[in-house]
Ligand binder design. Structure first.
Ligand code: SF4
Length: 405
């Protein structure tokens, strides 16, 4: 039965990611350019210009999952970076001069693209790397949305999207082919819709996959958005999930509780956490993190990608106020029929973690949905206390059991 629950598409995903990193690592030999870009940055213009996008954050996740985070974070600290700095930034900064990490470092960038829709840390981090590699940096500034996105702010970001294209044309020495850009934009939208369809399969009880699986399968919508590869892969994955529903296969045997996860994964402990929740019959059916790559798709006009994407990219989950975040959580609790909320208070990611205690209180007040706060870090294992977290999960599950019975 355990084998029946294994997701078959995983094999294909690993193949795609291996090919992608080989392509990126051999880009120079093949006359291709490489751009490092933040995970929330508009990648589509790069794809349309045949530039290979590389994501230090995705690499950071790989470093965390391969448990190499502490070593690299300590190396960054020895270079003078504070332990308080985001562990993606620390591990990437330490990796660059050492060619360290699970894939022997990332290919050197020809230029960098930084969008601050996720945080302010990336600005300084990318400046450091632009100086280290002596390459140009393009910054796309997206104002924070407190209540509404003003017309002035929208126009401000739209103008930068056009400047971004001009920057790319200068870096690549060729004009943007706008027909190709339109085509990439349409594929990006289609990819995001398919990703949401994959995530939506967990509305079914028992859920055919968990948020832990979503963390793994997320890599493609982040790294290769705007390509046919993403469409083909998520179509295959969605169909596999639908088949599991038809066959009555749930990822957690005897699913009793349905939980939501907030914030980034704890990359080095995903298996441990997944097993721990599963022993209680608890399935993490959805999370705010992986849905961030499809949550704003409704704001994109496929026929006017560049301008509408500027609005969508500014509206992502951690570039909005707590009230607006609560609205997203409200919809997710109802949609996925969640019994509880697991909040990862992530020492690294301040913009994601700030306000989580307020959110917890508001969710409890409005829905009576119990929640658990886990204090940890996505990459730096020094901030994870297994025995303490285990005790808290057990206590939380007991509360949930009493509430449900
Ligand atoms: S601070 Fe948060 S959003 Fe910024 S790079 Fe680190 S993990 Fe990502």
């Amino acid at each position: 039965m355990k084998d029946a629950r294994k997701i078959k598409a995983v094999k294909r995903m690993k193949q795609i990611m291996t090919e992608y990193y080989i392509d990126a690592k051999t880009a120079k030999q093949n006359g291709k350019k490489v751009a490092w870009i933040t995970s929330g940055g508009p990648v589509e213009p790069l794809i349309a210009m045949d530039v290979i996008p590389v994501y230090p954050e995705n690499h950071g996740a790989m470093i965390g999952a391969s448990k190499m985070g502490v070593d690299l974070c300590e190396k960054a600290e020895a270079m003078g970076y504070a332990r308080d700095l985001c562990s993606y930034a620390r591990s990437d900064i330490a990796c660059a001069p050492l060619n360290g990490g699970p894939i022997g470092g990332l290919p050197a960038p020809d230029f960098l693209v930084c969008c601050n829709n996720i945080c302010g840390t990336v600005l300084k981090w990318y400046e450091v790397q632009a100086r280290y590699f002596k390459v140009p940096l393009f910054i796309l500034d997206t104002p924070f949305i407190h209540t509404e996105f003003s017309v002035e702010a929208k126009n401000y970001v739209r103008r930068q999207m056009l400047e971004y294209i001009t920057f790319l044309e200068e870096q690549c020495g060729k004009k943007m082919d706008m027909d190709r850009m339109d085509q990439v934009g349409r594929l990006a939208v289609q990819g995001q819709r398919l990703w949401q369809e994959v995530l939506d399969t967990t509305m079914h009880s028992p859920a055919p996959m968990t948020a832990f699986d979503a963390f793994f399968h997320l890599a493609l919508i982040v790294t290769l958005r705007g390509t046919q590869t993403v469409i083909d892969y998520y179509t295959e994955l969605r169909d596999e999930m639908r088949q599991r529903i038809a066959d009555g296969i749930g990822m957690v045997p005897d699913e009793k509780y349905r939980l939501l996860w907030d914030n980034l994964p704890v990359w080095y402990k995903t298996k441990w956490l997944s097993d721990k929740f599963a022993t209680h019959g608890a399935c993490l059916v959805a999370d705010t993190y992986t849905s961030a790559w499809s949550g704003v798709v409704h704001l994109i006009d496929e026929n006017n990608f560049i301008e509408s994407a500027a609005i969508a990219y500014s509206s992502v989950y951690i570039n909005i106020s707590i009230d607006m975040m609560l609205d997203t959580l409200r919809k997710m609790i109802t949609k996925y029929k969640a019994d509880g909320l697991v909040i990862h208070s992530n020492r690294s990611c301040k913009p994601y973690s700030l306000g989580q205690y307020d959110l917890q209180r508001m969710v409890m007040k409005e829905f009576g949905v119990p929640s658990l706060i886990i204090e940890a870090d996505m990459v730096d294992e020094r901030n994870f206390s297994e025995s303490q977290i285990e005790t808290r999960i057990d206590a939380f599950m007991e509360t949930l059991a009493q509430k449900k019975n």
